[in-house]
Design a protein around this ligand. Structure first.
Ligand code: SF4
Length: 510
């Protein structure tokens, strides 16, 4: 099965054997052949995230689209949190008049749970179409209507002939998966089925092979965690090789999504994020793909560009570009290197982003002393080994955790890094412990390519030089947990035979 034939998006636990709970060493990642990481569990969990959040994070970016969340009001409230980020994204895309994203909730109550919510869903879709005249409507079915047996597809097919715009839908029940990255697949499913497979014009035909005189066209799959500055950098590099770029599906309209079926190559910016869509374009449209690297750091950007160039016989041109760009980037960061040499850094983010950013820090002369990843799947495995090898076998602890701040805080106290690099909600915990922090992603900033390499170095030095705020903060906030928690292993609540003792930083070097 795959995106086209799946009736419901499978959880990533099943599809890519993703795991949410593991504590061990970087050198041990991927070597747990005796233990099925997939079955790891926590006996205590402090936090979690419903897949609806990343799904909405992607789908609310589609221009002039309304999203209907079919469920209880609590599910719909997730939409509030998205408005600021999405307006800022639009601002960076040159649209100063961007409005809040358009989302609605069917607001099911006790009576609907008894009598069913299909009628209410039908009325909501028709009302939204009439009153707000969006260019498309997306319906996401959450836990409650699925538990009571509402027939989402039945309602959609009943309503479809009555409205003249694309109607997208997806099942998005939080209870079906603990791996919230499944939400990306749910968004891809809605986009592909709504704009391609079930579109009124039907799916576009396969493109004829490219003529040698035509410029190659490459799909670059943009992430929720990629801002406009990063898109500009990737477009700049590919254009310099004579390659045209279609960027989507975030912020893409129906026409752009359909154009993605006509590309000569699909390129992922994050394999963890994109494989479901990349596989669809490959199977249904024969589009080859590159699904290996994230272009963060010099080595990863080099391999990302060369892999693309190889498809079009442009290796020589790409190599020249890479060498010129690397030389420039190295010259630009020279003045920062003394301040960064030997700085011990802890990373926290989605797995792929965390490991590749670790590679960037190592290129700047820093050392990775700990990493917390929101989940683990096989796309990241070899990168852990690369990080350990790059610091001459010096190992570091890895916490696979869907947030779980109690594990993070405990681990930070044991590892005691010089710098913490994570998403903003993780950085708050590190800041309260007094560590200098930098964001691993903000929509205004550069992270990918050569510009990203320079900007991350600059940001790290600035924060290391001026960490007084976080120090003062730590002196004025209380401990988050009782002392007896810190006496235990941060992985004490992970139920698995694979839990390993923390590597001792003093003796970990091979
Ligand atoms: S877990 Fe279910 S009920 Fe809770 S927010 Fe997610 S979809 Fe809604």
């Amino acid at each position: 099965m795959g995106l086209k034939d799946d009736k419901i998006v499978p959880g990533r636990e099943e599809r890519v054997l993703a795991c949410m709970a593991h504590g061990g060493c970087a050198s041990g990642m991927g070597k747990q052949d005796k233990v099925c990481l997939k079955n790891n569990e926590r006996s205590f969990s402090q936090a979690g995230l419903c897949q609806l959040l990343p799904t909405l994070g992607m789908l609310l970016t589609l221009p002039e689209t309304a999203v209907v969340v079919h469920g209880a009001i609590g599910c719909g409230s997730t939409g509030f949190g998205m408005n600021t980020a999405i307006r800022l994204h639009h601002l960076l895309r040159g649209n100063p008049n961007a409005k809040d994203s358009l989302w609605f909730c069917t607001n099911l109550d006790e009576s609907d749970v008894v009598h069913g919510g299909e009628q209410r869903l039908e009325e909501t879709i028709l009302t939204v179409a009439e009153k707000y005249a969006p260019k498309s409507i997306i319906v996401l079915q959450t836990c409650t209507p699925s538990i009571i047996g509402d027939d989402l597809v039945g309602v959609i097919e009943k309503v479809r002939p009555q409205i003249d715009i694309p109607l997208l839908y997806s099942h998005c029940e939080g209870f079906k998966t603990k791996v919230w990255a499944t939400g990306y697949d749910v968004a891809f499913y809605a986009i592909v089925h709504g704009f391609i497979e079930k579109d009124k014009e039907g799916p576009p035909k396969r493109k004829a092979p490219r003529k040698p005189e035509d410029r190659p066209v490459v799909n670059v799959i943009n992430l929720a965690s990629m801002g406009k500055p990063d898109e500009i950098e990737l477009e700049r590099l590919l254009n310099a090789l004579g390659i045209d770029v279609v960027i989507g599906p975030n912020f893409a309209d129906r026409e752009t999504v359909r154009r993605m079926t006509q590309a000569d190559l699909t390129v992922s910016v994050c394999p963890t994020h994109d494989d479901y869509l990349v596989d669809y374009l490959h199977k249904e449209y024969g589009i080859p793909f590159v699904l290996k690297d994230m272009p963060i750091g010099l080595a990863n950007t080099r391999s990302w560009l060369l892999d693309i160039a190889r498809h079009f016989g442009l290796e020589e041109k790409a190599l020249k570009l890479v060498e010129e760009e690397e030389a420039k980037a190295r010259r630009a960061v020279e003045r920062y290197l003394p301040a960064l040499k030997g700085v011990r850094v802890f990373l926290s983010a989605g797995e792929f982003r965390a490991v590749v950013t670790g590679g960037l820090f190592q290129e700047l002369g820093m050392e990775i002393v700990g990493l917390r990843s929101y989940h683990h799947d096989d796309f990241g495995t070899e990168f852990y080994q690369q990080l350990v090898a790059a610091q001459k076998g010096k190992d570091f602890p890895v916490d696979i955790a869907n947030f779980q701040p109690f594990e993070l805080v405990n681990l930070l106290k044991k590892v005691d890094p010089d710098l913490f690099c994570g998403h903003v909600y993780d950085n708050g915990w590190a800041a309260k412990l007094g560590y200098p922090t930098i964001t691993i992603f903000r929509i205004f900033d550069h992270y990918v390519g050569y510009r990203g390499f320079y900007e991350v170095a600059k940001k790290a030095v600035r924060n290391l030089r001026n960490s007084a705020f976080n120090k003062k903060l730590s002196q004025n906030v209380g401990e988050a947990y009782r002392p007896d928690w810190y006496a235990k292993s941060p992985f004490a609540y992970i139920k698995s035979d694979a839990v390993e003792p923390l590597p001792d930083p003093a003796t970990a070097a091979a």
